[in-house]
Design a protein around this ligand. Sequence first.
Ligand code: IPE
Ligand code: IPE
Ligand code: MG
Length: 239
Amino acid sequence: MKQKTTLRTPRHIAIIMDGNGRWAKKQGFARVKGHEAGAESVRTAIRCCRNAGVQYLTLYAFSVENWVRPKAEVAALMQLLRRFLKNNEHELHENQVRLRVSGRLQDLPEDVQREINRVMEATKHYDAGQLILALSYGGRTELTEAMQKIARQVKAGELPPESITEETITQNLYLPDVPDPDLMIRTSGELRLSNFLLWQLSYAELYFDDVLWPDFREPHFQKALENYSKRKRRFGDIE
Ligand code: IPE
Ligand code: IPE
Ligand code: MG
């Protein structure tokens, strides 16, 4: 997640890590085994981003919609999150990577919140790259909360409605300083956004792979990067 950045390399990659459950089912395992195997793909993705010079990596780890899953699965995912933080904190320090969260961290179990807040605080001065975990995240929720913040500023007389711009909205999102993703990857063959970064992905290049997340390793990641490097980003202009 540092240097070597060229125009052909995305500055920010966002990933919908999908297909853990199907991966487990295919091998006759419980769904949670798929999430465990997916954690190794997370480590691979972080390493690939570092090696390629990608500065921001946002991982959709748990959506606001995912709370409807069976209690045992939600608990297993929270347990994996605890384990992930424990096993990977040293690498964040070694590589000077800052951990951040996008989403309703306050919805998570208190000990997980505490642990995440501790690691975020301990890594907040690092500038080699940012690892952003989207947790209890929903794009519509994020936009709704932004509208509420803006409405409060208007009501307090601090913000005339006619001075609201796109930048005002961006500034009231969860992580206003993070640039929009250049590339969005979704695994498992599903062709939808599932409420991920609705505002921020407006001009992202989209890449879909049929591979299930636990099988998405370095060659797949390289293929996605190579595919991105051949895209023409016109942003409405010609050529
Ligand atoms: C993605 O895998 C992980 C999370 C949503 C937390 P899934 O659990 O959605 O796996 P499938 O889509 O059921 O195969
Ligand atoms: C999206 O995957 C959320 C995460 C990867 C965390 P889902 O598996 O929850 O999405 P849907 O339900 O198929 O749209
Ligand atoms: Mg899924």
